[in-house]
Write a protein that binds this ligand. Sequence first.
Ligand SMILES: NC(=O)c1ccc[n+]([C@@H]2O[C@H](COP(=O)([O-])OP(=O)(O)OC[C@H]3O[C@@H](n4cnc5c(N)ncnc54)[C@H](OP(=O)(O)O)[C@@H]3O)[C@@H](O)[C@H]2O)c1
Length: 335
Amino acid sequence: MKAFLLNRYGGPETTGLQDVSRPAPGHDDVLVRVHAAGLNPVDFKTRDGMLKVVQRYDLPVVMGNELAGTVESCGKGVTAFKPGDRVFARVPKDRMGAFAEYAAVPADHLAPLPASIDFETAAGIPLAGLTALQALRDELRLQPGSRVFIPGGAGGVGTFAIQIAKWLGAEVTTTASPRGRALVERLGADVVIDYTTQRFEDTVRDMDGVFDLIGGDTLDKAFGVVKPGGMVVSVAGMPEPVTARKDLERGPLLAALFWFASFGLRARARRHDVTYRYLFMHPSGAELGELARLVEEGRLEPVIDRVFPFDAIDEAMAYLESGHAKGKIVVRMAG
Ligand SMILES: NC(=O)c1ccc[n+]([C@@H]2O[C@H](COP(=O)([O-])OP(=O)(O)OC[C@H]3O[C@@H](n4cnc5c(N)ncnc54)[C@H](OP(=O)(O)O)[C@@H]3O)[C@@H](O)[C@H]2O)c1
């Protein structure tokens, strides 16, 4: 089968489409014939080697973290799916493998894909959708009437986050360039700040929480817009000790490393009487089922910016890496 491989850590030249053998599904796995796969910044961060401290792969490895397709065959332990079922998934972090014509995925990472959602749309849901759900509902615990600030509303995660925050009943303030304004307004953002001409820290205040998708200077300033007792959850800043223990289930060594790395951010959070949390999302077939229901009910609209043919995945990666996608980038496998 055709697959997109990472041959060594480095730039775009370290990856390429190659012929490899089909993966064999294990006892609890489902072999999925992949119809479409979603791209995420984690793909080029993995390629660059930026994430080696949390996840190392034996190279070469098939890349890709989310997919939609049909069940080809099932391991002996699988009872929830059968050949022909339409499914989608955020695949295991330690296996990847979505950028391929076939992928073996643990059954508990998969959710049934309703007939009303096409494969290309479905492929863009898992990673960004689960990230937004887990950050806003489970970490920030948004309630009706909560006020949340989401810097970076027009991208893959942001387009889900705005809608999920609104579904949870929150008031949403976000940032976008003029290119993204109409989109984030359509998705329900109550206040939109043009980050190219305005400093959000001059006008945003008394937020219950921040869901940071940008990191850097934006994250540094985000602590000042939250009420005392509030929370900043980032997926783009620096991991902290809870990330190591809770999200990565790792021991004290990694927690200590993250303690040092996040020292400045946690000190800033303490000065503002705010909690800082860096979230690594986790795959979940059950939670994907919840997202599928929201899409079916018309409460959640996955925003797909561009669909590329699988043969043009290099181009798709370069477009994603430009950092200006509006919603998600997807590749479509042949057939
Ligand atoms: N920890 C985790 O589990 C996890 C999970 C998912 C994602 N992430 C991380 O979260 C971040 C966002 O991911 P994503 O998929 O949403 O990325 P993305 O789709 O590439 O985001 C692109 C969008 O960001 C906007 N943008 C760029 N700079 C901005 C700024 N300074 N202020 C406001 N908006 C800005 C761009 O708008 P313009 O083109 O208009 O500038 C574009 O619409 C990435 O760093 C990713 O690695 C982490």
